[in-house]
Design a protein around this ligand. Structure first.
Ligand SMILES: Cc1cc2nc3c(=O)[nH]c(=O)nc-3n(C[C@H](O)[C@H](O)[C@H](O)COP(=O)(O)OP(=O)(O)OC[C@H]3O[C@@H](n4cnc5c(N)ncnc54)[C@H](O)[C@@H]3O)c2cc1C
Length: 466
């Protein structure tokens, strides 16, 4: 049977694809049982129908699928952790590569490096590394794929102490658009290596990543919850910005969820949740965290002080609750949040009627800012803060109704037009230009022309070939 649900894509014969790949490689087509489960991704409200879903387990199988799609003139989409918020890991009409079978981890404890499969989650790898008292920096959620977060940059709980994920990337094994398996690092295919560090999935399918590992076992971290006032919002961001680089703080401002550890009378009221991680010397933790606790004290006292010693990997275990909800959001960079902007933020969060709405403020600087802007394809090194505003709704149509609200609020908080690619909510040209301004755009387009001149890999925040 030939299938395509995207009129711009040629059709794909699942039979031919199976013959090309051999019986050992699972291929799930729309007429097969299990298709609905195979195409499911994390984002609610996204109903993409790939022409076929392939589940390779090594680079040669990925290469065979890429060659098939290239010869058929069909887009290749790539799914790793499945957390793309606009569902491009399983694009309409594409040959979708589900990399979850590429989940190997080889840790060289002495050499402080690891080779990891392109489909493993950040949490699974972090737990494996954590058994040796080692870590590579990822984000704040273990379920996110190493593939997507690394290729977009990677901002998380170790960013200020150890840098972004891409700053620990030492090399990669990549299947390029011509179906070749290449190794890249600073000395081999260096332009490709530069582009992979922030340029997203535009340049090939990464079947293995080679990471540096750092000595991080116990950190002091968790959540400090306090009443939201203009002073507490601006104060937490300022304290996080002034902190030593061993401390990274991700601030959520949102109505308190009805969780048992939060006092009942605060459920539904807007609060500040400072998600902190101190990875410096243990005996300096209290001093580093004191300014955050001072802000809470001035706001009337902490509603919950969950800052305590914990294995680093355990901090990645939280995540948004499951369920059929759909979010609309907008990301921005800023230097900080002053009390006037914080007052506006609180008014908006209090008056919006979305079932859940939130602003996330991630304080950058530290090791993120130590890397030159042109050293990787993430050029926003000088930004002090990356933020997100989001509204959650029960279905896509209702979520869409909140788009003007998120746009206006993010517009009020943003400084400049740039955006972090991993927080983009669509893959259009405006999103790509915001992620890759100026010389970064020109260099990425040139690398794209060399490695993917037909734009086979366009299920991403797309960089068209020069
Ligand atoms: C709940 C949640 C929490 C998040 N937290 C953070 C955070 O703390 N920090 C942060 O920086 N980001 C965060 N993000 C954003 C996240 O980094 C991106 O959504 C990322 O693209 C997800 O990667 P994935 O592999 O899970 O997604 P997928 O949907 O599987 O992949 C997304 C895209 O990445 C590309 N891709 C993935 N793997 C490969 C590969 N091996 N080879 C080639 N291309 C590949 C493809 O273009 C694919 O379409 C979060 C997202 C969510 C939903």
């Amino acid at each position: 049977m030939s299938v395509t649900s995207d009129p711009l894509q040629p059709s794909v014969s699942a039979g031919s694809l199976r013959s090309a790949l051999g019986a050992a490689v699972p291929v799930v087509a729309p007429e097969d049982d299990g298709y609905a489960a195979a195409r499911a991704i994390q984002a609610g409200g996204v109903e993409h129908r790939p022409a076929a879903i392939v589940r390779p387990t090594d680079a040669p199988e990925v290469a065979a699928a890429v060659r098939f799609a290239r010869d058929a003139g069909v887009e290749v989409s790539v799914r790793s952790g499945g957390h793309s918020v606009f569902g491009l890991g399983a694009a309409d009409g594409s040959v979708a590569l589900d990399l979850r079978g590429l989940d190997g981890v080889e840790i060289d404890v002495e050499g402080r490096t690891a080779w990891v499969g392109g489909g493993i989650t950040a949490g699974a790898y972090s737990h494996a590394a954590g058994e040796h008292g080692l870590a590579t920096p990822f984000g704040d959620t273990g379920g996110v794929g190493v593939g997507g977060i690394t290729l977009g940059g990677g901002i998380g709980l170790l960013s200020r102490s150890l840098g972004m994920t891409i700053d620990s990337l030492l090399g990669a094994e990549v299947v390029t658009a011509d179906g070749e398996v290449v190794r890249t690092d600073a000395d081999h295919e260096p332009d490709l290596f530069w582009a992979l560090r922030g340029g997203g999935g535009n340049f090939g399918v990464v079947t293995r990543f080679r990471f540096a590992l750092h000595e991080v076992s116990q950190v002091v971290g968790g959540v400090l919850l306090m009443p939201a006032t203009p002073e507490s919002v601006a104060g937490v961001v300022a304290a996080a910005d002034a902190a030593p680089p061993g401390l990274t703080v991700i601030v959520m401002v949102m109505p308190a969820p009805p969780m048992p550890m939060i006092p009942d009378q605060w459920h539904g009221r807007v609060v500040v949740m400072a998600n902190a991680c101190w990875s410096g010397p243990r005996d300096e933790a209290d001093a580093a965290l004191a300014p955050l606790r001072d802000v809470a004290a001035r706001a009337g006292g902490a509603l919950l002080d969950g800052l305590r010693p914990a294995p680093y990997a355990s901090l990645l275990e939280g995540g948004p609750p499951g369920g059929p909800v759909v979010a609309t959001g907008r990301s921005f960079f800023a230097d900080g949040v002053d009390e006037t902007a914080a007052a506006h933020l609180l008014e908006q969060l209090e008056s919006c009627d979305a079932m859940m709405r939130a602003a996330q403020l991630r304080v950058l600087g530290g090791a993120v800012a130590d890397v030159p802007a042109d050293a990787t394809a993430y050029p926003h090194r000088a930004a002090r803060m990356v933020g997100n505003v989001a509204a959650v709704a029960p279905d896509a149509a209702t979520a869409l109704g909140y788009t003007p609200w998120v746009d206006a609020l993010a517009g009020r908080l943003r400084q400049g037009d740039a955006a972090y690619v991993n927080f983009s909510l669509d893959g259009g040209e405006a999103a790509a230009r915001a992620a890759y301004p100026g010389a970064t755009w020109d260099r990425l387009r040139d690398v794209k022309r060399r490695y993917d001149p037909q734009n086979l890999f366009r299920g991403n925040v797309n960089v068209p070939p020069a």
